[in-house]
Structures are given as structure tokens and as C-alpha cells.
Design a protein around this ligand. Structure first.
Ligand SMILES: Cc1cc2nc3c(=O)[nH]c(=O)nc-3n(C[C@H](O)[C@H](O)[C@H](O)COP(=O)(O)O)c2cc1C
Length: 407
């Protein structure tokens, strides 16, 4: 962190007036409104982009439980420009999805700008989120994902180019805290995004080195909120229950919450979040029958959106253990659930369960999804020596873009 930045970080509190009237004070339970440029979000709640999860079927399911923004799986700018059935499918939105949020990944300003233009010209989304948070070694090894904001000049140009290409559509950025604890990038990157015209900045408060280990450090979200004065700051990391969101808002003063793993197998978390927004303590603690109905709906949506029963059911498999977590269904049932190949087979299997089985309490909640150990981030040779990107590094980055998957 630069000295200047360190000094700015040290001073100020989230409850100081900022003169814009847009920053809220820490200590309030729930923000009133989340505005991304001209787009007013239905709620200050965002379904985090999750590769392999947040397809149209899952987004629709989550949306049916409560308001928010529901972000697509990430697609790379180059893959989008190259065309292709899989990429198109990943960005396809159901007519019932409004507003539509799409996440793009890119490492080259011109390519990102062209991808953003394509999204707008084909009317594929109302809001574009840029991914600068992926910690996967195969991405950071080339300088992409969470490694990219270290090269502040390149990062800034990508954000600026995307904003210019997006016209009236808001562009937001999604960041990690930095490369590791000694190389934090989120403040520089958050301020640069604000200066380049981004409509909001979301921070997953872990470094790339942390991967998904340990705990998200929400104090970094509070720091970012103190620094970024004119656009919303969204907090992300370890919101597994609606009450975690209440705490996040209260502790950081952030303007919106981004929820990822907490809704895996629990799309109804959006209902709990809507209750929390009203100040209600009511939370859904469903009996197994409710879960069974949601699994059926999820399966039907997946089949409809994949246009293929076998493919839809294959995708559902990954979700089954999340849905059934804590419920007394037995190991054999869980094993069979992973083999289901048709909607009829799924119905047959679910009919074996006792719909009256009550909610299992804490066993069904808590952390879920990716975890894993901290590890030293893989980076290109010499990456950390300067904060500017040389031609060789740029070329390596571009060449690797087609290998990227979300994270
Ligand atoms: C399966 C999975 C896939 C993910 N894919 C993406 C992605 O494509 N783009 C992205 O920006 N973040 C991705 N993430 C990170 C999440 O958006 C989110 O930042 C992270 O999970 C922390 O939030 P949480 O603690 O609420 O899960 C992914 C996370 C998971 C678990």
C-alpha cells in the first residue's frame, strides 16, 4: 500500500459526513436503496456470480424468493466475441429476468470494450460486472483475475474502456482484497474504478492467497466504504445467513451485500434477506417437503433451460448434497441422488423421503461450498516488481484468456 493510501485509510470513519449525501453511516441495519448509475436495484442484495451455478435456472429460482440482482456465470470477453453455443448459453437470460446482470472477464481494454458493446447491441444485459477477483492459479499465473489490479494502469484502462462502451448501462467491478496480506490492492482499485466511472465496487474481503480459507475480513469493506465516496460499495464474503448480512451492513456501512455460497442449496435465503430488510426476525426453516418441492422446481428449470433432460439432471447432481444437508436422508439416498438421469427418476427417488421431516436446525446452515487452504498465489515472473504491465506480460495475459474459468 502506498504511504498516501495508508494515510487515507487510517483517517475517517464510516459515519463521517461525506458531503455527497450518498454514503451511509455504519451502524444502520439495512440500506434503503442500491443505485447503480441509472439502474435502481430491486434490493441492495446481489447473488454473486458463481461459475457452474448461477445459470438462468438457478437465478430464476433465487429470484422467486426475494428481490435483488442476480449475476450470470462469468464469460470471458474473448469467448463471447468468438461466439459459440456454450458462451451464448451462459449469458442467455430468461424473459422473466429483469434487471439482467452479466459478468465479464477480460484482460485487454479493447477486447473488453468490444465484448461490452456486443452485450449492449444484442441487449443481453442491463448491468455488466467485471471480474477482477478470480484466485485460480491458472488465471493468476498469467496475471489475470485477482492478480490484475496489481497492474493498476492496465486495470484502470480496462474499467475505463468498459464504462465507455457500456453507454447508459452500469458497469461494476468485483475485487478481492489483494494478492496477499502485504500486497493489498482493493483501495487503489476501488478508487480507480470510481474515477473511471464504474457504478459500484464489490469487495470479496479475502486476498488471492487466502483463496476461500479463513474468514473474510469485513474491516476491509468498511475501509473501502470510507474511501469510495460517490459510488456504492458492496460487501462480499461469508454471508451464510440473513443475520450475517445485517451484521455486515451494521459493521461496515456498505451499500449492498453480495451473497455466494450461502445460497447453495438454499435459494430461499433471498426470502430471509427480504425479511431482514423489513427488520423482521422471521427466517425460513423448512421441513423436508419444502426442500423437495424446490429441488423439483430447480430440476424442471434446469431441464427447460438446457433443453435436455439428461444435461439438466446432471447439473442438478452438484446441488443435491447442499439441498439435503442436515436432513435425515441417509447415505444410500445421497448416493442414488447423484445418479438420477431423468425427471421421472428424480420424482421416484424424492417420493422415498419423509416430507414431514423437520428442519434440522444448525446442521443445515453455516459455511458451505468452496473452502480449502491458503496458498501462495501463482504469478508471472517479475509480476510484483512494478505496478505497470510490460508488453510481454500483456501478451501472456491475452493468450491465456480462453483458458479461464470462474472463481
Ligand atoms: C462455485 C463458485 C464459483 C465462483 N465463480 C465466480 C465467478 O465466476 N466470478 C466471480 O467474480 N466470482 C466467483 N466466485 C466467487 C463468488 O462470487 C464470491 O465472491 C465468493 O464465493 C465469496 O462470497 P461468499 O462467501 O458469499 O461465497 C465463485 C465462487 C464459488 C463458490
Amino acid at each position: 500500500m502506498s504511504e498516501d493510501l495508508a494515510a487515507r485509510t487510517a483517517r475517517g470513519r464510516a459515519d463521517e459526513p461525506d458531503g455527497t449525501g450518498r454514503n451511509r453511516a455504519a451502524g444502520r441495519d439495512w440500506p434503503g436503496e442500491l443505485r447503480l448509475g441509472r439502474l435502481v436495484a430491486p434490493a441492495p442484495v446481489v447473488l454473486a456470480p458463481m461459475a457452474g451455478v448461477t445459470n438462468a435456472a438457478y437465478r430464476l429460482l433465487c429470484r422467486s424468493f426475494g428481490p435483488g440482482l442476480f449475476v450470470s456465470e462469468m464469460v470471458t470477453s474473448r469467448a463471447l466475441l468468438a461466439g459459440g453455443e456454450r458462451t451464448e448459453r451462459m449469458l442467455r437470460q430468461d424473459p422473466a429476468e429483469r434487471p439482467r446482470s452479466a459478468q465479464l472477464y477480460g484482460v485487454d481494454p479493447a477486447t473488453v470494450a468490444a465484448a461490452v458493446r456486443l452485450v449492449r447491441e444484442r441487449d443481453l444485459a442491463d448491468h455488466i460486472d467485471l471480474n477482477f477477483g478470480c484466485p485460480a492459479p491458472k488465471v493468476t499465473r498469467r496475471g489475470g483475475g485477482a492478480a490484475l489490479p496489481w497492474k493498476l494502469d492496465l486495470y484502470r484502462r480496462i474499467v475505463g474502456a468498459a464504462v465507455a462502451a457500456a453507454g447508459q448501462a452500469p458497469v461494476t467491478v468485483k475485487l478481492r482484497a489483494g494478492i496477499d496480506a502485504t500486497r493489498l490492492t482493493f483501495l487503489d482499485a476501488g478508487l480507480a474504478a470510481e474515477q473511471e466511472g464504474a457504478a459500484a465496487v464489490a469487495l470479496h474481503a479475502r486476498t488471492a492467497a487466502q483463496h476461500y480459507s479463513g474468514k473474510a475480513d469485513w474491516s476491509l469493506i468498511a475501509q473501502l466504504k470510507r474511501e469510495v465516496k460517490t459510488i456504492p460499495v458492496l460487501g462480499n464474503g461469508d454471508v451464510f445467513e440473513a443475520d450475517d448480512a445485517v451484521r455486515l451492513f451494521r459493521e461496515t456501512g456498505c451499500d449492498g451485500v453480495v451473497v455466494g455460497r450461502g445460497c447453495l442449496g438454499r435459494p430461499w435465503l433471498f426470502q430471509d434477506l427480504a425479511c431482514a430488510a423489513q427488520g423482521s426476525a422471521e427466517r425460513l426453516r423448512p421441513a423436508l417437503g419444502f426442500v423437495i418441492d424446490v429441488v423439483r422446481r430447480h430440476a424442471a428449470l434446469l431441464v427447460e433451460h438446457r433443453g435436455c433432460e439428461a444435461a439438466g439432471l446432471r447439473e442438478l447432481r452438484g446441488h443435491m448434497s447442499w439441498y439435503l444437508r442436515g436432513y435425515p436422508v441417509g447415505g444410500e439416498f445421497r448416493a442414488r441422488a447423484h445418479l438420477v438421469g431423468s425427471l421421472a427418476e428424480l420424482d421416484e427417488l424424492l417420493a422415498l423421503l419423509d416430507p414431514a421431516a423437520p428442519h434440522p436446525g444448525p446442521a443445515a446452515g453455516g459455511a458451505r461450498g468452496r473452502a480449502g487452504a491458503a496458498r501462495r498465489p501463482a504469478l508471472p515472473d517479475g509480476w510484483l516488481e512494478t505496478r505497470t504491465c510490460d508488453a510481454a506480460q500483456l501478451a501472456a495475459l491475452g493468450a491465456a484468456e480462453l483458458d479461464v474459468a470462474g472463481g
